[in-house]
Design a protein around this ligand. Structure first.
Ligand code: C3H
Length: 497
């Protein structure tokens, strides 16, 4: 986007009105709050909906399949941000992408709200994957648009936005989770649909006044000739994929396992292609090439971190359901409520970490060291959760406070790695690829969940000590290695702090 357009956007946005920030931050945080409310609310009950018996209102899938679907689903949601980013950058702009995304997501939740069968479930999955790919990266990039480049409120603005995400993630399992688990899964899913509808209403009715021109420009529009070429390519590509699917189905090759393997491969191949293209591009300068190299170990650390963090809503959700005492201190705890712990701890501790970094000033750990801390905490959270089986065996129910402690420790890691990762991505990215960096960051989560889909198969209460010990130990080892390599990585970062 040209500098004059950037300036036009900033001057069209009221620069005050929301906790000392541009009013548009309210519109964006509130929309994202509802989007996350609907997404995380749905996810808090989805795994149980899939593996509960039909007589209990579920789909009756086996547990391992349900856990793998959760991971594949999460991976595809983040992978589709490449499509959403591209469509916004080249065809309709970020604001329309958010709107269309919200509509698809709402219909996705409506599809789940209608009592149906597994077909309805897959229809909803396609709608939510595409809708989130349109909405999530684009609503985040509009946040960047409403501040001028020199505005030092930008980082704090992103923190408020992250708090909005986690407020949605905190309330959703309590509301959607309680209704879904206590009364009826479909009623739970319909609350998620209502949530997205409210988010859309807020976006539509406040965007003109609060966002001005933000999100209305198409950053790098397709020329008519390019349009023709791209649409032909998409048409041919879609036809080819359809033919391949039909052939694979007729030859019995498209099984659930091959699909999981395919997503796993894509989760690794797509970011690898991104790195190769960025590194080899003639538009990348020598300094930028060095930064691309520095970004690779950080990206791998991020994949390892998100693999453990995201298992909080699959493996640990299952642990909450099957291995945990849910009648505790005189109350009956819903297993879905555990999903609220991470966002609650984020809301409580984000200001503490922000204060700590400011207080430490130039003595604060470097970016690679913060990433290694992230991994150490993630690994430690898994070592903690293997202790109940170590002390008490795997057939008695576990005190829920173990799970609370594990969720707390991983949050310390998230606060070292996640906000830092987002800004490090933009700082280390070659200028010619700056628009796609948001997608690259989301791809680390997509890769993590694609890998999870493969490894969750090895989890059962009988294997839990080895499972948690192996993954936690690997994260700790990699964290130590990253710490040792930090000075070298900092050298490759060429002045980025
Ligand atoms: O959603 C995002 O953009 C980033 N993720 C977060 O901010 C997480 N802290 C959300 S926590 C979690 C994934 C959902 C909670 O309802 C649960 C992890 C166990």
């Amino acid at each position: 986007m040209s500098n004059s357009n950037k300036q036009k956007i900033v001057s069209s946005v009221p620069q005050q009105g929301f906790f000392g920030h541009p009013k548009g931050l309210f519109t964006l945080s509130f929309t994202e709050f509802w989007e996350r409310f609907s997404y995380y609310g749905m996810r808090a009950i989805l795994v149980f909906y899939m593996y509960y018996e039909v007589s209990k209102g579920g789909l009756g899938l086996d547990e391992t399949t349900a856990l793998a679907i959760m991971s594949i689903y999460g991976s595809l949601v983040y992978m589709s941000s490449i499509i959403g980013g591209w469509l916004a950058d080249r065809i309709f702009g970020t604001s329309k992408a958010v709107f269309y995304g919200g509509i698809l997501i709402m219909f996705g939740h409506i599809a789940l709200a209608i009592p149906g069968n597994i077909t309805m479930f897959f229809v909803s999955m396609v709608l939510i994957v595409l809708g989130t790919g349109l909405l999530k990266p684009n609503v985040s990039s509009i946040v960047g648009d409403i501040y001028s480049e020199e505005d030092n409120r930008r980082d704090a603005g992103f923190s408020i936005f992250y708090m909005g995400i986690n407020l949605g993630g905190f309330l959703a399992p309590l509301i959607v989770g309680t209704v879904g688990m206590k009364y009826n899964f479909h009623l739970g899913f319909s609350i998620a649909a209502v949530g997205m509808f409210l988010g859309l209403l807020a976006f539509i009715f406040t965007k003109k006044k609060n966002l001005g021109l933000a999100g209305t420009f198409v950053a790098n529009p397709l020329s008519p000739a390019e349009k023709k070429k791209v649409f032909t390519l998409i048409g041919v590509g879609a036809a080819l994929i359809a033919v391949l699917i039909v052939i694979a189905i007729s030859m019995n090759l498209l099984t659930f396992d091959t699909f999981i393997a395919l997503v796993g491969i894509l989760g690794i191949v797509i970011p690898a292609i991104y790195f190769i293209v960025m590194y080899r591009s003639p538009k990348t300068t020598a300094i930028e090439r060095s930064r691309v190299i520095a970004y690779i170990p950080l990206f791998i650390a991020s994949v390892m971190f998100w693999a453990i963090q995201e298992q909080g809503s699959t493996i640990l959700a299952n642990y909450a359901d099957k291995r945990t005492q849910l009648d505790f201190a005189g109350i009956h705890i819903s297993p879905a409520w555990f999903q609220s712990l991470n966002p609650l701890f984020i809301i409580l501790f984000a200001p503490v970490f922000a204060w700590l970094w400011v207080k430490l000033g130039s003595r604060q750990p470097s970016i690679p060291k913060k990433f290694s801390l992230g991994l150490l905490f993630a690994g430690l959270s898994y070592i903690v959760i293997l202790l109940p089986a170590y002390f008490g065996g795997d057939d008695s129910l576990v005190n829920p406070l173990w799970l609370v402690l594990s969720y707390l420790i991983v949050v310390f890691g998230e606060l070292c790695l996640s906000p830092v990762g987002l800004s490090a991505t933009t700082k280390l990215a070659p200028a010619a690829f700056s628009a796609q960096t948001m997608s690259l960051w989301f791809l680390s989560n997509a890769a993590a969940q694609a890998i999870n889909a493969q490894i969750v198969k090895f989890y059962t209460p009988k294997t839990e000590m080895i499972y948690f010990g192996f993954i936690g130990g690997a994260a700790i080892l990699f964290g130590i290695l990253l710490f040792a390599l930090s000075p070298k990585i900092e050298g490759y970062m060429k002045g980025v702090k």
